[in-house]
Design a protein around this ligand. Structure first.
Ligand SMILES: Cc1cn([C@H]2C[C@H](O)[C@@H](COP(=O)(O)OP(=O)(O)O[C@H]3O[C@@H](C)[C@H](O)[C@@H](O)[C@H]3O)O2)c(=O)[nH]c1=O
Length: 392
């Protein structure tokens, strides 16, 4: 048996199930651990082509490469580089670790127990009450090792929420000067957006709620711009498009009454955050864009990732309850109803609640600004994770 101290680096393993959320969350976390805690991080990812959509400078053909100080490794069989255990091993969203890694863990457990990394499964974010009771629980594995369940969440006893230390200061500085958003729209190739126009970003899954909203926006008294990346939202809007989705190009504009649809280029995560800061209202989805819309301090609709037996509606209602806790009851009711109707593709209800709400409604905007501070509960996910390691 040896007493070699374990290496200080962290390994994060991520499989891309579909979409960009799994890689989106792990990429944010990896960048933050390097940038704020100077912890070397290996991010093992099985699908670099998907990853390159949110990190355009990534080369999907390279086995290893480094961005923002993170060592990105293409996770394929056999592993392109040998796995060396560090201080922390994170498997994201219950992905199955490679055999080589599992064998290494079992070997260390038998022969050098002090070198065994802390092993945890990073779970999906949920606002449900039970999360506080399950966060941090260990589970004994067949190889005799303990694996912990790490649950992100909104409560003080959860694993917290991913949020960089300077994010709110950067956002406030950005939002303080209208020139920033106008310059961003220009840089993205979007034309004819004036400072006073209403701008709405749309990053959702397919839903019949979208055509209903577009119909309303076409008849609006003021100009409305909907910024939509090539992707799933457009599948629900084909009747408004001049050609097949494949033939659309970023920067293209499609006018219908007072609504202009703009085809948005995909950017890296920093560009995406700035986009959300720059819009008056954001329609987001999944896990990471959902959180970033909250950090943008703007009103939003959350199109939650659909789950079997409509379980996602339970998760949605848990979040709506939390978010609305100290909102004036009338606004809370309109905003919740809007989110529920959107997620259930109820066209007339979506239109009704959108009109009731008036997205630039001041109390909702004030709430959106205060919410991020309350939601963080004094410590973000990275801070809590570092504390978790210290306590383990
Ligand atoms: C549009 C856009 C998105 N993004 C990023 C922001 C996010 O990190 C990521 C999108 O992730 P999400 O918002 O989570 O939505 P998603 O639908 O892509 O991912 C989903 O995948 C499923 C498998 C999970 O179970 C869901 O919980 C969810 O995470 O893409 C960019 O970086 N640039 C862009 O231009």
């Amino acid at each position: 048996m040896t007493n070699t101290p374990r290496s200080t680096h962290w390994d994060i393993f991520c499989t891309v199930v579909d979409n960009y959320g799994d890689i989106g969350v792990t990429w944010r976390l990896a960048k933050q651990m390097v940038n704020e805690y100077q912890i070397p991080v290996n991010l093992w990812v099985d699908d670099l082509a998907s990853f390159s959509h949110i990190l355009p400078t990534l080369d999907p053909l390279k086995a290893t490469q480094s961005f923002n100080g993170v060592n990105i490794i293409h996770w394929k069989e056999p592993l392109p580089v040998a796995f060396v255990a560090g201080a922390m091993l994170i498997e994201a969203f219950a992905c199955e670790l490679p055999e080589q890694v599992k064998a290494q863990l079992a070997y260390l457990h038998q022969n050098a127990p002090k070198s065994v990394p802390i092993w945890l499964n990073l779970e999906y974010l949920s606002a449900e009450d039970w999360v506080e009771g399950c966060h941090g629980l260990p589970s004994l594995q067949a190889n005799g090792l303990k694996k912990y369940f790490y649950f992100p969440g909104f409560g003080a006893k959860t694993g917290g929420l991913i949020c960089e230390q300077n994010l709110f200061a950067e956002r406030d500085a950005w939002q303080a000067d209208t020139a920033n958003k106008l310059q961003l729209f220009t840089d993205l190739g979007l034309k004819d957006i004036q400072a006073q126009d209403t701008v709405i970003s749309v990053f959702s899954y397919e839903t019949e709620a979208l055509p209903a909203l577009c119909e309303l926006w076409q008849q609006s008294a003021e100009k409305i711009h909907a910024l939509i990346p090539k992707g799933r939202s457009l599948n629900s809007l084909t009747h408004l498009l001049p050609c097949d989705i494949a033939a659309l190009v970023p920067g293209q504009q499609i006018n219908h009454g007072n609504l202009t649809l703009h085809i948005l280029p995909m950017t890296d995560q920093q560009g995406f955050d700035r986009l959300l800061w720059s819009c008056d209202f954001n329609i987001v989805r999944g896990e990471d864009s959902f959180l970033r819309a909250q950090w943008a301090a703007k009103p939003f609709i959350w199109h939650i990732y659909p789950q079997e037996d409509d379980y996602h509606l339970v998760k949605l209602e848990a979040f709506l309850k939390l978010y609305c806790d100290n909102l004036p009851p009338k606004i809370a009711c309109y905003w919740s109803e809007l989110n529920l109707a959107f997620n259930q593709a109820q066209q007339s209800a979506v239109s009704l609640h959108w009109q009731n709400l008036n997205p630039v409604n001041l109390p909702l905007l004030h709430h959106a600004k205060q919410w991020p501070i309350n939601a963080l509960n004094a410590a973000d996910l990275a801070t809590r994770l570092v504390q978790f390691v210290k306590n383990s």
